[in-house]
Design a protein around this ligand. Structure first.
Ligand code: CAO
Length: 415
């Protein structure tokens, strides 16, 4: 079956996490992704957090499926010529080097345009233009600078970063959308363009509701769905809201049976207004359905802590899965806190291809997260990540180099 991005060639100059997540998605949609790495070393993540000696790490393998790997020393004059040939042949160059690295290599936007005016040049940077534009940035820096850390955690504790890689993988997603949009525009204009996804911007985009709350706070001085209401105090900036629901339906994380020994025996419980009477029935507080102190969402806001304490008395008598089953029967929105172990073992995620087992020649079998975006006419087949330089000869041959030229370039240290 054909793939959505069949025929699109990506020159993948990405490394670590943010850029590779973007090009992996494009590869899953059918693009030919040619990852350029330094001979002998490759993407630094190949050797980071290794669990098996001398074998590509899970960090690398889980971010680089369905790609081809070529080694080129792009600071070597002959290596530069190979890169130029690739630029002429590809549709998109994706990179997430530190600011200025591509220019220092000699591949400015102007030079790339000279070589291929249809080329889309897509970059992840830590920051957009401004005071921090020259900074190197990793995941947690972006979470801090994008508003996620100051709004995550509990009111009486320090800012907290989240395990979800919203700075890296989140920005990779933003960049992928920018790339396919630029490819679409190119069908009209015939021209390439620059695509920039700054990690601070990507995180802030995902924290949009907190900028909403900042303005609500400035106007009214309070936010009734935050745990600081009614007994705590609000300052000038959006406070950390613990596990409060970000929307208009109050929620909290509650203990379930076994919480004393199982760190994930919890459930997220949402007191959605339309099912309030059912919630009261399930937890045995039928009188709350009509009590004026509890009957309406507005009346409940000052009592949320007590309400959740009462609901927790009920959830603590059930495992998270038992509670889930009962609550779902009554359409009460809730979700078990799933551990990574439980997720890895969940059969339905295997069935949909969201969790995939992949075989690798030196690592053996491992689990990965497949494509979270499912296209009915462009199904994803997850293929193992390439070994370093595995496709150098193949790609060089496609570029028109003879076996003799390839071996001369190798001797010169260009590839
Ligand atoms: N041949 C020759 N040189 C190569 C090469 C190749 N194939 N591939 C890379 N290089 C060179 C670069 O040209 C650069 O050289 P100069 O510093 O002399 O210009 C050098 O390798 C290092 O690149 P870098 O500065 O990007 O790498 P770093 O490890 O120092 O920094 C990072 C890593 C991630 C902090 C930085 O790349 C960055 O800020 N990127 C943008 C933001 C980003 O994507 N961050 C998320 C990373 S995932 O957490």
């Amino acid at each position: 079956m054909s793939k959505a991005l069949d025929g699109v060639r990506i020159l993948d100059f990405t490394h670590v996490q943010s850029g590779p997540t973007c090009t992996q998605l494009l590869a899953w949609f059918g693009a030919d992704v040619i990852k350029v790495e330094r001979a002998g070393a490759g993407d630094i993540t190949r050797e980071q957090l290794r669990d098996i000696p001398d074998v590509d790490s899970l960090y690398f393998t889980m971010l680089n499926h369905n790609k081809r790997s070529v080694t080129i020393d792009t600071k070597n004059p002959e290596g530069k010529l190979v890169l130029e040939a690739l630029i002429q042949k590809c549709d998109v160059l994706v990179e997430n080097f530190a600011p200025g690295a591509l220019d220092r290599m000699g591949f400015t936007w102007e030079r790339i345009q000279e070589l291929n005016p249809r080329m889309i040049v897509a970059s992840v940077k830590g920051f957009g233009p401004g005071p921090y534009e020259d900074c190197k940035v990793y995941e947690n820096v972006a979470q801090c600078a994008g508003g996620a850390a100051s709004t995550t955690g509990f009111d009486d504790g320090p800012p907290v970063v989240t395990g979800a890689q919203i700075g890296d993988s989140g920005t990779g997603l933003h960049l992928a959308l920018g790339i396919v949009t630029a490819l679409y525009q190119r069908t009209q204009t015939g021209r390439g363009q620059k695509v920039l996804a700054a990690m601070q911007d990507g995180v802030l985009n995902l924290c949009r509701v907190k900028l909403r709350d900042q303005q609500r706070l400035e106007r009214t001085g309070t936010m009734k769905e935050y745990p600081q209401y009614p007994n705590g105090t609000f300052g000038e900036a959006v406070p950390r809201a613990g596990n409060a629901s970000g929307g208009g339906q109050p929620g909290w994380i509650l203990k379930c049976k076994g919480w004393e020994t199982d760190p994930n025996a919890y459930i997220y419980f949402i007191t959605q207004a339309p099912v309030w009477a059912k919630i009261c029935n399930v937890i045995g507080k039928e009188e709350w359905a009509t009590d004026p102190n509890y009957a309406t969402p507005a009346a409940r806001l000052p009592h949320l802590k007590d309400i959740f304490a009462e609901i927790e008395r009920w959830t603590m008598t059930k495992t998270k899965f038992e509670a889930m089953q009962i609550l779902n029967k009554y359409d009460i929105p809730c979700g078990p806190i799933l551990s990574m172990k439980e997720i890895a073992e969940e059969p339905s995620l295997r069935k949909t291809g969201t969790i995939v087992e992949v075989d690798h020649p030196t690592r053996g079998k491992y689990l990965t997260v497949g494509n979270p975006i499912k296209l009915s006419d462009s199904p994803t087949e997850v293929k193992r990540s390439p070994l370093l330089g595995e496709h150098t000869d193949e790609v060089m041959t496609e570029l028109g180099y003879s076996p003799e030229q390839i071996s001369a370039l190798r001797t010169a240290g260009a590839i």
